[in-house]
Design a protein around this ligand. Structure first.
Ligand code: 6PG
Length: 257
C-alpha cells in the first residue's frame, strides 16, 4: 500500500494539446491494463472540456483509436444529470455522440445511469449495484476504477460533488443522488470513497474562468467558508492524480521548473 502521492500537474498551450496528452495517457494505460488484467474500467466525466478528448479517441485520423482496446474497455459515468439519456444536458448523450457511437465498443460495455427513472435516488442506487457488479473491488472495499476522468467547475466542484452538498460527506454509498440547490435539482454522482479508490484520477481543466479556483485548489487554499474545495478532497490513497491544464487555466499558478 503506497501513501498519498503528489499530484502531477502538466500545463499545455491549449485545450487541443491537453486533449492529445489525455488521449495518449488513457490509451497507453488502457492498453497496458488490458494486457495485464484483461480489461480496463474508466469513469467518464461530463461537461464540455472532455468533448475534444472523446472526439480524438474516436477519430480514425488519430493513433488513439487504434491503440484503444475498445472490446475490453468498460465505460462508466462519474456523474450524470437527472435528465433522459437523449436530453441535451445528458453526459451520456455527450459521450455517446462524441465517441461511443463511433467506436467498436460492445453495447454491454457502456454502463449509463438509468436517468429515465423518475426517482433520482432509485436511479443512483441502481447504478451503485452496477458499480458493485462490474468494477473490481476487494471484499467490503469501494469499487476500484482503473481510471477516473474528472473536470472542475469554477466553484471547485468535481463530478457532481458541489460545495456544501450532502454527497461530499458520504462515506459508505458509492453513487448517490445529490441535491444541488443552485440547480434546484438532483445530480447523480460518484462519491469520494470510489473516486479515492481509483488507480488513476485525471483532471482535465481548461479556460481562463478556471484560473482563480485552480490556483486556490492546487495551492491548498480554502473557500470563503474556510472549507476545502471539493476537488481538493480527491486524494486517492493508493492511486495517482494528474492535472492536465491549459495555459489559460494555469495563469495564476506558480509552477517550479
Ligand atoms: C458535469 C461534470 C462536471 C464538470 C465540471 C466542469 O456533469 O458537468 O461532471 O463536474 O466536469 O462542471 O465542466 P466544464 O468542462 O464544462 O467546464
Amino acid at each position: 500500500m503506497t501513501g498519498p502521492r503528489e499530484h502531477i500537474v502538466r500545463v499545455f498551450r491549449n485545450a487541443d494539446e491537453l486533449s492529445r496528452a489525455a488521449a495518449e495517457g488513457i490509451t497507453r494505460r488502457a492498453d497496458r491494463t488490458v494486457r495485464e488484467r484483461g480489461r480496463f474500467t474508466i469513469a467518464l466525466s461530463g461537461g464540455s472540456t472532455p468533448k475534444i478528448l472523446y472526439s480524438l479517441l474516436a477519430s480514425s485520423d488519430s493513433p488513439y483509436r487504434e491503440r484503444m482496446p475498445w472490446g475490453d474497455t468498460h465505460f462508466f459515468f462519474g456523474d450524470e444529470r437527472h435528465v433522459p439519456p437523449d436530453h441535451p444536458e445528458s453526459n451520456y448523450r455527450m459521450a455517446h455522440e462524441a465517441m461511443l457511437v463511433k467506436v467498436p465498443v460492445p453495447t454491454e460495455n457502456v454502463h449509463r445511469v438509468k436517468t429515465e427513472k423518475p426517482d433520482a435516488s432509485e436511479a443512483a442506487s441502481d447504478y451503485e449495484h452496477v458499480l458493485r457488479e462490474f468494477v473490481d473491488h476487494d471484499e467490503g472495499a469501494a469499487p476500484r476504477f482503473d481510471l477516473v476522468l474528472l473536470g472542475m467547475g469554477t466553484d471547485g466542484h468535481t463530478a457532481s460533488l458541489f460545495p456544501g452538498t450532502a454527497a461530499l460527506t458520504e462515506k459508505s454509498r458509492f453513487f448517490v443522488a445529490n441535491r444541488v440547490a443552485k440547480f434546484d435539482a438532483h445530480r447523480l454522482t460518484m462519491t469520494l470513497p470510489v473516486i479515492n479508490n481509483a488507480a488513476v484520477v485525471m483532471f482535465l481543466v481548461a479556460g481562463s474562468d478556471k484560473a482563480d479556483v485552480l490556483q486556490r485548489v492546487l495551492e491548498k487554499r480554502r473557500d470563503r467558508q474556510n472549507e476545502l474545495f471539493p476537488a481538493q478532497l480527491v486524494r486517492p490513497l493508493n492511486g495517482e492524480v494528474s492535472w492536465l491544464i491549459d495555459g489559460a487555466a494555469a495563469t495564476h499558478l506558480h509552477l517550479e521548473g
